[in-house]
Design a protein around this ligand. Structure first.
Ligand code: NAD
Length: 800
């Protein structure tokens, strides 16, 4: 059956239901969101004289839940406008409407009896053939579908989103005993392509894959920490970015999730009689104590951390002393072993040092890694037949950069087995068999493909689904040129790729050289160029200001002028080279990172792209063609019939406020991404492959080198008068400083095309020259230099 999903009914509007509804709305699906009818009137309803029959009362639970979700941060929707795609209702009045929906997704309270009773009603009302799935985190799938019709059972399975569903990448699909294979195939494809998720097929085992291993890691960490006398802050430091995991580490994460949620999962898992490490899920005494005190984390105002105020009213973060259960001001943590890894950017290279540490950090890593690796190796084939699924699930579900088996490879499998044996935490037999047969790693890369060790066949196999991904890390044999800031690849099919590898992929001299070299190589030997990278942090965080700062301090203005001119031309070549240039934008694309996207022939952006021209924050204006380009884009919009000055004012304000989009969709609304030309991709892993395809399509559709524009309509004095009045009143009201006003004046001057006496057409070069002059004059300003220095020294630029 050719299935398409246009309408989804989400049952339950709690934390998960409302957010899942928003994510479907994000991808353009029409949603019906239902919840229970309240049994009693609240005080406000009583005061208004409403009855339980009033529609506002009947939908109160779903209304309140959805409104709270819309206010939540980080936002559940890509754009506030998408809220209108969600229709609200209640189970009593609206459940029958599910017959018009393609997929019914249950996300109500985690109780088997309640879920079963709802499924009985759904079975009677749904149209045969519709998907019906549960978001349960741990109730066995087979228990939920017991007693239901054949058609229900064939179309039923678990679809487990992680919280928050928009941001966490994992989507676990769990078959029930009767689930039709075509339904599983469909959901695996839909999850990957449409929901943008790392979609992992699980077995119907307790906690499925990610929670089983993630919660094991959490409780083991807490246990080892307690035994070693480590503090909450020490553990969070050891289990954070230094090992490629989120900043929240272990205890802060627990506070965010809510200790009760973790404890519920533990209580389920501890009942598994077959699990050799069952005892690990017995609550460590510290967790039991916190539960007793209702110190559950953010939801109860305190957990392992607590916010407080000092005598001056400044916020203080207190951390729980695990021995005395008293809160104390949080302290900065230092370990000799961590110091040694500070200069190592490559995560994989850090593990060798971390595991060898002779201080407490080293011991902590040896103990927790040994226990985690042993547990993971023993879970095969129980929870998964293949080791790569375990890594995929833990990375996508918990935001780890490297999964358990990948980390083990980085340490060296044999080396780690030695450590494990010394701690009497031996791995599963298959690991020994793998090593004995001369296979020394769980993964390897061959011909640009990532292979995993397949246990039953005792051989390496390609991880399926890679055909749709291009992961540059696996393509090192395709590098055709490289310097310290950039690498140029042959991506195949006549397309070259350029990747930056500076810190946060910022533009320094080497990156600019790499980009220019890439245009030249692509123009000579290829038919298209993709600019992209594998980073999860930044497409590019903009220009590296260190060099600029140095020249400015030494008043080397000729050098600065040359540097900006070269940067402008580098951006312009993205559009005016003889081959199509496609940028694969994602995460942060700021300042110069935004300007490069503004100039490429096509942007293929991940849905989570945070794009903005942020130069004003450091006392500058966008001068890599960014201000020019927004003047040009406004000029192109003047035909739409909207007042021209309104269009220009929106662009001006976006730059003046250094506004950054909170999604690719918002970047469309800011006119940084073009809805009619660019493309938004939901799955981050597909981004470079999609960008490459876009370059192929442009080339095959007869790409011709564009001509420089000479028809940009600028407003001159008419626009300047408006902006000057606005800036003046903002200054008068003290919303902005004198220096802010000075920079905003310069921005207004450039975006209006100078003080021409009437609106007229100008060229791109004319605007680029204005940009450059304004930028150059600002580098001579003391307050601008103070802002840049503030940023470079790791803090925030001062608002001077
Ligand atoms: P929640 O408590 O926020 O929401 C549960 C919803 O169920 C509420 O809107 C409530 O009104 C409704 N409900 C209560 N009693 C009901 C009844 N008798 N009949 C019908 N509906 C009723 O819970 P949640 O965190 O959104 O969890 C929903 C599901 O998602 C659960 O199965 C949970 O295990 C799973 N889940 C939760 C998370 C998470 O982090 N919260 C993550 C993944 C999966």
């Amino acid at each position: 059956m050719n299935r398409s999903i246009k309408k989804v009914a989400v049952l339950g509007s709690g934390i998960m239901g409302s957010r899942i509804a928003c994510h479907f709305a994000n991808i353009g699906v029409e949603v019906l969101l239902l919840d229970i009818v309240p049994k009693e009137l609240n005080a406000a309803e009583q005061a208004k004289g409403l009855t339980l029959e009033h529609p506002a009362v009947r939908n109160r639970i779903v209304n309140d839940a959805f409104q709270n979700t819309l206010k939540a941060s980080p936002a559940a929707l890509y754009s506030a406008k998408f809220a209108s795609r969600v229709k609200l209702g209640n189970f009593d009045d609206n459940l029958a409407e599910i017959k018009n929906y393609d997929w019914v997704l249950e996300a109500i309270v985690e109780r088997l009896d309640i879920k079963r009773s709802l499924f009985e009603k759904v079975d009677a009302l749904r149209k045969p053939g519709t998907l019906i799935t549960s978001n349960t985190s741990g109730i066995p799938i087979h228990l939920m579908s017991e007693g239901r019709s054949d058609d229900f059972q064939k179309h039923f399975c678990g679809t487990h989103f992680f919280n928050p569903p928009r941001y966490l990448k994992l989507f676990e699909v769990i078959p029930g005993p009767q689930t039709d294979k075509s339904i599983l195939d469909f959901l695996m494809h839909y999850g990957d392509l449409y929901l943008g998720k790392t979609t992992v097929l699980c077995k119907d085992t307790p906690g499925f894959i990610a929670n089983r291993l993630g919660i094991h890691a959490l409780v083991e960490t807490i246990r080892v920490a307690a035994e070693m006398g480590l503090t909450v802050e020490e553990v969070d430091k050891l289990t954070g970015p230094v090992v490629g995991r989120p900043k929240s580490g272990t205890f802060r994460l627990s506070d965010v999730v809510g200790l009760d949620t973790t404890v519920n999962v533990c209580n389920n898992l501890v009942q598994m009689q077959h699990d050799e490490s069952r005892a690990a899920f017995e609550l460590p005494p510290i967790m039991a104590k916190l539960m007793e005190n209702k110190w559950l984390g953010d939801k109860t105002g305190q957990g392992f951390y607590k916010k407080s105020k000092d005598e001056k009213g400044k916020t203080l973060i207190l951390a729980l002393d695990l021995q005395t259960l008293e809160y104390k001001p949080s302290v900065k943590v230092k370990f000799e072993t961590l110091e040694k890894t500070k200069a190592i950017d490559d995560l994989k290279k850090r593990f060798g040092i971390l595991l060898k540490g002779t201080d407490k950090a080293g011991e902590f890593y040896r103990r927790t890694f040994a226990s985690g690796f042993r547990y993971a190796s023993n879970r095969i084939p129980e929870i998964s037949d293949e080791l790569y699924r375990i890594d995929q699930a833990i990375c996508a579900g918990f935001g780890w950069e490297m999964g358990l088996f990948t980390t083990w490879d980085a340490i060296g499998v044999k080396n780690m087995v030695g450590i494990m044996e010394s701690l009497q935490l031996n791995p599963a037999t298959w690991v020994y068999e793998m090593l004995e047969a001369g296979n020394e790693s769980f993964y390897k890369v061959q011909d640009g493909k990532k292979l995993y060790y397949d246990i039953p066949s005792k051989s390496y196999k390609a991880i399926p689904g890679q055909e749709s991904f291009i992961i540059l890390e696996n393509k090192s044999q395709n590098i055709i040129w490289k310097n310290a800031g950039a690498s140029i690849y042959d991506l195949g099919d006549g397309i070259a790729g350029v990747e930056f590898h500076s810190k946060m992929n910022t533009f320094g001299a080497e990156v600019v050289e790499g980009l220019n070299r890439a245009y030249a190589i692509a123009e000579k030997d290829f038919r298209g160029l993709v600019v992209g990278n594998d980073s999860n942090e930044a497409f590019s965080a903009g220009a590296n200001l260190a060099m600029l700062f140095m020249f400015a301090i030494e008043q080397e203005y000729d050098e600065i002028n040359l540097m900006i001119a070269q940067f402008q031309q580098t951006m312009m070549r993205a559009r005016y080279s003889s081959i199509p240039v496609v940028t694969a934008a994602h995460s942060l694309a700021l300042g110069g990172g935004c300007e490069l996207n503004l100039h490429s022939d096509k942007v293929v952006a991940h849905a989570e792209t945070y794009m903005g021209l942020v130069e004003l924050g450091v006392g500058l204006i966008p001068a890599g063609g960014g201000t020019k380009e927004m003047a040009l884009r406004c000029s192109d919009l003047y035909q739409t019939g909207d007042p021209e000055l309104n269009i220009l004012q929106t662009a001006f304000m976006n730059i003046a406020q250094a506004k950054v989009s909170t999604s690719a969709q918002e970047a469309v609304e800011m006119n940084y991404i073009k809805a009619d030309r660019d493309q938004i991709v939901l799955n981050r892993s597909r981004l470079i492959a999609e960008a490459k395809q876009a370059a192929v399509d442009l080339a095959e559709n007869g790409y011709t080198q564009p001509k420089h524009r000479t028809d940009i309509k600028v407003q001159g004095k008419t626009g300047l008068a408006l902006f000057k009045a606005g800036i003046g009143s903002m200054r008068m009201a003290n919303y902005i400083s004198d220096h802010d006003a000075k920079i905003a004046d310069k921005l207004a001057y450039v975006i209006c095309g100078g003080d021409l006496s009437y609106p007229q057409n100008v060229t791109e070069q004319y605007l680029l020259d204005l940009e450059r002059e304004a930028f150059l004059s600002l580098t001579g300003e003391k307050k601008t230099l103070e802002r840049i220095q503030g940023l470079l020294t790791g803090g925030k630029p001062p608002r001077n």
